[in-house]
Design a protein around this ligand. Structure first.
Ligand SMILES: Nc1ncnc2c1ncn2[C@@H]1O[C@H](COP(=O)(O)OP(=O)(O)OP(=O)(O)O)[C@@H](O)[C@H]1O
Length: 306
């Protein structure tokens, strides 16, 4: 996986690389109603409509005088088939929340339940397997391997786990992201938006319980970003895919069903059926933005769609 390694990387970069290399490795079979129904039935016999539940999650970095409280007791849930955007000023804890929810970082205290699995009880090996089997990741940098074809990039996480995709699965996922004719192309032969679609296909291939997306449209122009966001929205609405996306862009957030607002490590608000204007307005009252009243509202880099 040399192509994914940076010479010097901080903890966050390392976790992103780790997630990208694990990709969304999962069971061989494609999505089917029985599997989706089985997912809704945890081992204890109760039913749940949540893909992820976080309860009183606290994350403190550093020691003694150097401590930073990145998450200060966050409780929330991400329902199956929902598309949630996480917003907040820089340093408010968005990436930390995503990484704790995805089992890439361990909370200092609190509980993270992915389907019926308590992540805080798991050792690293089980966490890695769970991430491979049940979680997909999409990042701003597409993290594709340049020497591999589209098809090979999409199936790489499965192959690393010693698995093969079910017959027809790669084709159907590539068609789903609009790249049915591009399976033999290499990333350099694709536009930025197409490369991000390959990354989405790689995340979707194993039919994960949840896809975590960290600024997935941050490197794309407005029009291309709109296409990628529409694809994510479509995956949630028609295929029941659960998606949790960190973004700074109110227009990107408006594609979600719900926006959660973070400030100083606390969940401070929520908008359902958000419009870009309502999200931007709410952001102006949060944390650093509220203090920087001389600055204009956060830029809306996309075009409104509502
Ligand atoms: N590995 C780390 N060690 C020490 N402090 C950290 C670490 N990771 C994050 N932090 C701190 O935790 C706080 C929350 O960081 P986080 O990256 O989650 O914020 P964010 O909302 O995603 O910010 P941005 O929008 O700028 O990416 C910040 O104060 C940050 O400096």
């Amino acid at each position: 996986m040399a192509g994914l390694c940076a010479p010097e990387e901080d903890g966050r970069q390392r976790r992103r690389r780790q997630a990208a290399s694990e990709g969304s490795v999962g069971p061989d079979s494609p999505a089917d109603p029985d599997r989706k129904a089985a997912r809704a039935m945890p081992n204890d016999g109760s039913t749940t409509t949540d893909a992820v539940r976080m309860t009183e999650v606290r994350k403190v970095y550093g020691k003694r005088d150097n401590q930073v409280v990145a998450l200060n007791g966050v409780t929330t849930r991400f329902g199956r088939g929902t598309f949630t955007a996480i917003m907040g000023p820089s340093g408010s804890g968005k990436s930390t929340l995503l990484q704790c929810a995805a089992g890439l970082d361990r909370p200092t205290s609190g509980s993270v339940l992915l389907e019926d699995h308590e992540l805080s009880d798991m050792n690293e090996t089980r966490l890695t397997m769970l991430r491979r089997d049940r979680i997909g990741f999409i990042f701003q940098a597409f993290n594709l391997l340049p020497v591999l074809t589209v098809r090979q990039n999409v199936t790489l996480p499965l192959r690393l786990a010693g698995r093969k995709p079910a017959r027809g699965r790669v084709k159907s996922v590539l068609e789903q992201v609009g790249l049915g004719e591009r399976s033999k192309h290499r990333p350099a032969e694709l536009s930025g938006g197409q490369q991000q679609r390959v990354a989405i296909a790689r995340a979707l291939i194993s039919d994960p319980a949840v896809i975590f997306a960290d600024e997935p449209t941050g490197a794309l122009d407005t029009r291309t970003a709109r296409g990628v966001l529409g694809l994510l929205q479509h995956s949630a609405q028609t295929a029941g895919q659960t998606i949790v996306m960190v973004t700074h862009d109110p227009v990107a957030a408006s594609y979600a069903d719900r926006v959660l607002f973070l400030a100083d490590g606390n969940l401070v608000g929520e908008l359902r059926s958000p419009t870009a204007e309502a999200v931007a307005e709410r952001m102006t009252h949060l944390g650093a933005f509220a203090e920087e009243d001389a600055l204009p509202a956060p830029a809306m880099t996309g075009e409104g769609h509502r």
